[in-house]
Design a protein around this ligand. Structure first.
Ligand SMILES: C[S@@+](CC[C@H](N)C(=O)[O-])C[C@H]1O[C@@H](n2cnc3c(N)ncnc32)[C@H](O)[C@@H]1O
Length: 348
């Protein structure tokens, strides 16, 4: 028998094989109660972009009195981390498959983190890629908001231009104080050399280390983004689901400045008379690839539009806007169509 669990460790338990479901932004509550997840109420350390997970393991081995969370977007790094954590038999550390930006806004609560560690973030040198940099005003404000008073932000980079840019940004952040006598130093006690740090040394670019402390100035007001109520729309149309599929062509929709929706494909299941529309939704804090479904209702000519379970959608404003726009598109296909009821949010 196979049991799928949400636990961090995957191992044979008696005659059962327990398979890990990776912890990620899809299966963790918004916000996450970390003490509950770890089964122990301990202060929290978060590492962003742990790469080969050596530093994450080092943190776990040297800081047993903390709960330690690593955030990563790379699948390969996730697998390495999970293997290393399991091999070391550690229960106060876990790896989460997520963009740091998503974790900061959805998983972590204000004033909840004792330390953030960021080692060698991807520099994204080109100006047109600068919005992808981790060190930028919005993300730094979210980091400050999530830190506890007197909590620490550690940053290391082997890229001089990134260090200079970070120094400017950090120096203009009222919620943080530099704990060093210089903008950065070339070593800090208690560290191990990470993979990228070693590469920097080999290439003649030793790392620059920053250590900032959260002071008692008010933090930027960035509440945790919780899930919204379920979006739901009932419509009436003389068209069949198959007629609608025939009229579908890929389309995009922009809601405000920040939400971008792409409707990629429409698939029709003849047996169940259900139309599935594949959708990507990009919001500043989360990206989703999900399905909206058009189900026939008992009353002929009426349908319900709601999200399917494909892609494990999180109920965000973007999901509401994606449902609303698709509903409008559907009723505009025929003059005798109309929306009968809708439960949709247009703003938070
Ligand atoms: C240059 S590597 C550094 C790895 C490791 N910290 C080290 O020093 O060896 C950057 C790491 O950050 C991860 N990463 C990049 N952007 C991220 C984001 N927005 N959220 C979480 N991880 C991210 C990448 O997948 C990669 O593993």
């Amino acid at each position: 028998m196979i049991i799928v669990t949400n636990t961090v460790i995957s191992q044979p338990v008696g005659k059962f094989l327990v398979i890990t479901r990776k912890l990620n932004e899809k299966n963790l509550p918004f916000p996450t109660n970390w003490s509950e997840l770890f089964g122990a109420d301990r202060p929290l350390i978060v590492e962003i972009g742990f790469g080969n997970a050596d530093y994450l393991l080092h943190l776990a081995q040297t800081r047993p009195e903390y709960n330690i969370v690593g955030l990563e977007i790379s699948n390969q790094s996730m697998e390495k981390a999970e293997r290393k954590i399991q091999k070391a038999g550690l229960h106060h550390v876990c790896a989460i498959h997520t963009r740091a930006e998503t974790a900061l806004h959805h998983l972590l609560e204000p004033a909840s983190v004792s330390e953030f560690h960021i080692n060698n973030p991807d520099p994204w040198f080109k100006k047109r890629h600068s919005r992808r940099r981790l060190m930028q005003r919005d993300t730094l404000d979210a980091l400050v908001s999530r830190l506890l008073p007197d909590g620490f932000l550690y940053l290391a980079t082997d890229v001089l231009a990134y260090a200079e840019m970070s120094h400017e940004l950090l120096a203009e952040t009222p919620g943080l104080e530099n704990t060093l006598d210089a903008p950065w130093v070339d070593s800090l006690p208690g560290r191990i050399v990470t993979k990228y740090e070693a590469r920097g040394i080999r290439e003649g670019n030793p790392a620059k280390f920053f250590r900032y402390r959260r002071n008692h100035q008010p933090a930027p007001d960035i509440p945790t983004l919780r899930e919204l109520p379920v979006p739901h729309l009932v419509l009436q149309t003389p068209l069949t689901a198959s007629d609608i599929q025939a009229q579908f062509a890929p389309m995009t929709h922009q809601a405000g400045n920040e939400i971008f929706v792409t409707y990629l494909n429409a698939f029709f299941n003849q047996r169940q008379n259900v139309l599935l529309i594949e959708v990507t939704i990009t919001e500043p804090t989360i990206e989703q690839h999900i399905a909206l479904m058009l189900f026939p209702r008992e009353e002929p000519g009426t349908f319900t539009l709601k999200y399917g379970t494909l892609g494990s959608p999180r109920i965000t404003l973007g999901l509401h806007r994606a449902t609303a726009f698709l509903g409008d598109w559907l009723v505009n296909l025929h003059p005798d169509s109309r929306i009968l009821r809708a439960s949709l949010q247009t703003e938070r």
